[in-house]
Design a protein around this ligand. Structure first.
Ligand code: EPZ
Length: 417
């Protein structure tokens, strides 16, 4: 296993670009199953989760030609099963459920277990599919779904589940009749998927809102699409600049998708200049603790909670961080404490009291965004920090240590002892 070693205390300088969004590329890869033929996807990020998704689709008979543009040939499906071995490493594999049921009338997908950040059930996915006529049975840890012909239905999501909305929207594109999804997730990645589906010939109204109306069509055709930039990756580099008091320009930032995040950074004193899709970050004259609560989009994203907490560890004053989405998304707290942070957790609240500086130490990554948070804290800490189990990081960040060292950070990957 690898570790990432950081010598902290260096203000970052320079320019960095965000890659394609992992959480748009994953559902869009699944959506290619809806239409036989060759799709062309650009700006697909080079990440462990994307490699896992390609393995999963290859397992179903999909063929890939990977050049500058990724060609995805879904002409022939040879299986409708997403095996436990793959689903256990990436719960987003559940996104093949809707497309397989819509294309082949059946699917057998391993139930994703829980993960470090919470139980993460998929009951809303299954309930919606049943409302569209799918017969769902749970057998030996697998979801077995069968349907003769999907039919449109009014679906009210109890929670605005991101992949739940995506699975149901994909299934609805080939259903007989109209499906209306109420309380749909409004994350920009859901809208990017919807745009790809429309390019394939789907009829979808309400894109970007919490009510999606999908009029089913007889068939869809392969399409081309450029994956949107990754707003969470961009905000992670914003945090790296702020936590090291550096001056960095981040290119390809979908600023309009980050208003809740940018507002919080400015409230904390970080100076930002937004020019089109460029974000210039200047050091805060006075970094202060601010309170934040995570909410579904357009609220402050849960995927930025751990990173923002790292910044608050060295802000002046206190910051009350409330995690409203996942019940166990504070796994990074005990590791940040090893670096000298002063954080107290009570339920879904974490009270961070800023300290003058963090001290480097060996720490353990537990999930994707927690590992990013530990790298960020290491960039600010005095001395050497080692982040172990960085395979978590590789799931969602493309060459993070290379991009950070290009900004002047002293950071490298090494074999863990
Ligand atoms: C997506 O996960 C993202 N993953 C997550 O990003 C992100 O943190 C999350 O949305 C919230 O924004 C992808 O898009 C691949 P949810 P998802 O369904 O869809 C509960 C990252 O770091 N729920 O919106 O799994 C659930 O337990 C990852 O890139 C049910 O109860 O999240 C949670 O409390 C981590 N039943 C809440 O809803 C269901 O059927 C939101 O979950 C579905 C969800």
């Amino acid at each position: 296993m690898d570790k990432i070693v950081i010598e902290g205390g260096i203000p970052l300088q320079g320019e960095v670009a965000s890659s394609g969004a992992k959480n748009a590329a994953l559902p869009i890869l699944a959506a290619t199953l809806l239409a036989p033929g060759i799709h062309h996807l650009s700006n697909v990020p080079n990440l462990a989760d994307i490699r896992t998704a390609k393995k999963l689709l290859a397992n179903l008979g999909v063929k890939f030609t990977d050049h500058e543009v990724l060609a995805v040939d879904t002409s022939r499906l040879t299986s409708c099963e997403a095996p436990y071995a793959l689903v256990k490493t990436m719960r987003a594999a559940v996104l093949v459920l809707g497309p397989l049921v819509a294309r082949a009338g059946e699917a057998r997908v391993s139930l994703p277990g829980g993960c470090a950040i919470g139980a993460r059930p998929i009951n809303l996915h299954l309930k919606g599919l049943e409302e569209m006529g799918v017969r769902v049975t749970l057998k030996h840890g697998y979801v077995e779904a069968k349907v003769h012909r999907l039919h449109g239905a009014p679906i009210h999501l109890e929670l605005p589940s991101v992949t739940g909305t995506e699975n149901l929207m994909m299934a609805a594109t080939l259903a007989a009749g109209t499906t209306v999804i109420h309380n749909a997730a409004q994350e920009p990645e859901v809208a990017d998927l919807a745009r790809f589906l429309v390019a394939m010939g789907a009829e979808i109204d309400g894109i970007g809102t919490d009510v999606l109306t999908i009029r089913g069509v007889q068939s869809l055709s392969p399409a081309s699409h450029t994956i949107m930039p990754d707003r969470i990756e961009a905000a992670t580099y914003l945090t790296a600049a702020a936590i090291t008091q550096g001056e960095v320009t981040i290119r390809g930032v979908p600023c309009e998708h980050l208003t809740a995040v940018l507002d919080k950074f400015q409230e904390a004193g970080v100076r930002l200049a937004i020019e089109d899709s460029q974000l210039k970050v200047k050091p805060a004259k006075h970094l202060v603790g601010v309170d934040v609560m995570t909410h579904p989009y357009p609220g402050f994203p849960t995927d930025m909670q751990a990173q923002f907490m790292a910044l608050m560890c060295i802000a002046e004053g206190a910051s009350l961080i409330t995690e409203n989405i996942f019940e166990k998304r504070f796994m990074h707290v005990s590791e940040l404490r090893r670096l000298g942070a002063d954080i107290v957790v009570s339920g879904n609240h974490a009270l961070v009291r800023g300290v003058r500086c963090l001290q480097g130490a060996p720490v353990m990554a537990t999930d994707l965004r927690a590992s990013a948070s530990l790298v960020l804290a290491g960039l600010a800490a005095q001395g050497v920090t080692e982040v172990h189990r960085v395979y978590h990081l590789d799931r969602g960040y493309e060459q993070l240590e290379h991009k950070l060292s290009a900004l002047g950070a002293r950071i490298w990957r090494a074999k863990a002892d």
